[in-house]
Design a protein around this ligand. Structure first.
Ligand SMILES: Cc1cc2nc3c(=O)[nH]c(=O)nc-3n(C[C@H](O)[C@H](O)[C@H](O)COP(=O)(O)OP(=O)(O)OC[C@H]3O[C@@H](n4cnc5c(N)ncnc54)[C@H](O)[C@@H]3O)c2cc1C
Length: 430
C-alpha cells in the first residue's frame, strides 16, 4: 500500500508539531506517531522553559549552558537558541500558552540547578502539557496537517543519497510513504533503560534507522540521568520526576540519617554522582528529599501535580520527606544535524531530542530542551519552506520489499541492540 505526502514527520512531541506548524500552509504534511498523540515526553515536562530575560542576562545564560555542558557545546547552537528564545515565546503566547505572570502582567521566572539566575518560564508544574496541548490544538485546526496515531516509522527510503520517504506500520499494516522531505522527531531513548522518566515507546528508533543508513550521529553515548525521581518499591513503570525546580525553590536532600550531604543546585550530572556515592556509602536504594522548606502555599500553587502524585503514593510532602533516586532522563546525543536541523542525508531533517546540534554539550542545562526543540524545529521548517518544497519533486520509490519489517518483535529487538551497541562502542572510545 502506498501513500504520498510533501513532508512526513515521525513523532508528535513539541518538536514535530512546531515544525509542522511552521511549514507553509500549502504543504501537505503527514505526522505519524507511535502511540497516542498525548503520549510524548513533551507532555511530561514539569519545570519549565528558559528564555533570555533581557540583554544583560545573555552572558550569564550562555555561560551557564556551557558550564553545564562541560564546554563541549556547539557555541553557535547555544547562541542561536538563546537569541531565538523570545521569538519562540512570542509564538507560544500568541497561540494561548499561559505562562505564570506577576501581578503587573510581566512573566514570573523560576530557577533550577546550575542556573545562576531565575530565567525559566513555567505553568504550574505542567509546563510541557500547557505548551504541547496548545501546539496540538493548532495542528488539529490546520487543513494541510494529517495526524496518524499508532503509526510507527520503521525505516527511511533512500535513492541516490537522498531520502524519498519511509516505511511505516500503521495499526499493524505495513505501508510505503513517498515524501519530498522526512523529518525525524522521535524523541529520546529512555525506553532502552529499566529506570527512566521517559515514555516506554521512546526507544531511539530514528537513531537505529540512521545507523542502518550510515547517517552521521554525534555524542551517541551522552545520556543525562536525572538526580531525583520518586523511588517506589518494585517499580517497573515510568519513573516519576521530582522536578529540579523544587530544589530551585528550596527543597533539600538528606542522607539516611537526615543530614544534608550535597549542594542541591549542582549541575545534574555532578549531583547524580554525589547521590549515587551517598547511596553506596549508606547502602540504601535512595536518598531523602525534603520539600518542607518550600512554603505550603508555594508548594500547592507551583507544584500541585508533584504534591498530588506523592500523596497517591502515600507521601504527604507537607509533613514528610520522600525517597528519591536517579533515573535516565534525557539524551544529549543523537543524529548529527547542522544549525538548520538537516542531517547528513539530503531531504532528511531531525529535530528535538533525537537530533544533536551540540547545543547541550555533555550535559543539558535544566529547561533548555523544550526551548532547543522548538527553536531548531522552526529553523528546519524555514529551510524546508525555502529550499525543499519548490526544488524537489516526489520520487517513485518503486517496488519496496517489506519482508524485513514483518516480524515486529524481531525488528524492535534488532533496532534496540543496534543503538545499545553503538553507545557501548562510543563509551569504550571515551
Ligand atoms: C518527566 C520529564 C520532565 C521534563 N521536564 C522538562 C522541563 O521542565 N523543561 C524542559 O525543557 N524539558 C523537560 N523535559 C525534556 C523535554 O520534555 C523533551 O526533551 C522534549 O519534550 C522532547 O521533545 P520531542 O518532540 O523531541 O520528543 P517527544 O515529546 O518525546 O516526542 C517524541 C514522539 O515521537 C514518537 N515516536 C517515537 N518513535 C517513533 C517512531 N518510530 N515512529 C513514529 N513516532 C515515534 C513518540 O511516540 C512521541 O510522540 C522533560 C522530560 C521528561 C521525561
Amino acid at each position: 500500500m502506498k501513500k504520498q505526502t510533501d513532508v512526513l514527520i515521525a513523532g508528535s512531541g513539541c518538536a514535530g508539531l512546531y515544525c509542522a506548524l511552521n511549514l507553509s500552509d500549502d504543504t501537505k504534511i503527514t505526522i505519524i506517531t507511535k502511540a497516542t498523540i498525548e503520549e510524548s515526553d513533551s507532555f511530561l515536562a514539569q519545570g519549565g522553559m528558559c528564555m533570555l530575560k533581557n540583554d544583560e542576562d545573555y552572558d550569564s545564560y550562555f555561560e551557564d549552558t556551557m558550564r553545564a555542558g562541560h564546554y563541549e557545546n556547539d557555541k553557535t547552537s547555544v547562541d542561536i537558541m538563546i537569541r531565538s528564545s523570545q521569538d519562540v515565546v512570542k509564538d507560544l503566547v500568541s497561540i494561548g500558552v499561559d505562562f505564570e505572570r506577576e501581578a503587573d502582567g510581566s512573566f514570573c521566572f523560576t530557577r533550577e540547578g546550575a542556573h545562576s539566575d531565575k530565567r525559566i518560564l513555567y505553568h504550574k508544574d505542567i509546563t510541557g502539557k500547557e505548551i504541547t496541548s496548545k501546539l496540538l490544538a493548532q495542528a488539529k485546526q490546520k487543513k494541510n496537517i494529517e495526524i496518524i496515531e499508532h503509526a510507527m516509522l520503521l525505516d527511511i527510503l533512500e535513492k541516490d543519497g537522498r531520502c524519498i520517504g519511509g516505511v511505516i506500520r500503521e495499526n499493524g499494516q505495513l505501508k510505503v510513504v513517498e515524501s519530498k522531505v522526512l523529518v525525524l522527531a522521535t524523541g529520546g531513548v529512555g525506553g532502552l533503560y529499566r529506570h527512566s522518566t521517559n515514555f516506554r515507546q521512546l526507544t531511539g528508533d530514528a537513531l537505529a534507522i540512521a545507523l542502518k543508513h550510515n547517517i552521521s550521529t554525534k555524542d551517541i553515548n551522552y545520556i543525562q540521568i536525572h538526580p531525583t525521581t520518586l523511588w517506589l518499591e518494585n517499580d517497573r513503570k515510568r519513573s516519576f520526576l521530582i522536578s529540579e525546580s523544587v530544589r530551585g525553590e528550596g527543597a533539600k536532600l538528606y542522607d539516611k540519617n537526615g543530614n544534608r550531604f550535597v549542594d542541591e543546585l549542582l549541575p545534574r550530572d555532578l549531583l547524580t554522582n554525589e547521590i549515587k556515592k551517598q547511596m553506596e556509602k549508606d547502602q540504601t536504594e535512595f536518598v531523602w528529599e525534603d520539600l518542607r522548606p518550600i512554603p505550603i502555599e508555594e508548594l500547592q500553587a507551583h507544584f500541585p501535580n508533584i504534591v498530588k502524585r506523592c500523596m497517591e503514593e502515600g507521601y504527604d510532602v507537607t509533613k514528610e520527606c520522600i525517597p528519591v533516586v536517579p533515573a535516565q532522563h534525557y539524551y544529549m546525543g543523537g543524529i548529527r544535524v547542522d544549525h538548520e536541523s538537516k542531517t547528513s542525508m539530503d531531504c532528511l531533517y531531525a529535530v528535538g531530542e533525537t537530533a544533536c546540534n551540540g547545543v547541550h554539550g555533555k550535559n543539558r542545562l535544566a529547561s533548555n530542551s523544550l526551548l532547543e526543540s522548538l527553536v531548531f524545529a522552526k529553523r528546519a521548517a524555514k529551510q524546508i519552506n525555502e529550499l525543499a518544497i519548490d526544488n524537489w519533486k516526489l520520487q517513485d520509490a518503486g517496488e519496496v520489499s517489506l519482508e524485513e519489517y514483518r516480524d515486529e518483535k524481531a525488528l524492535e529487538l534488532k533496532y534496540k541492540q543496534m543503538v545499545r551497541d553503538a553507545m557501548r562502542e562510543a563509551d569504550m572510545k571515551d
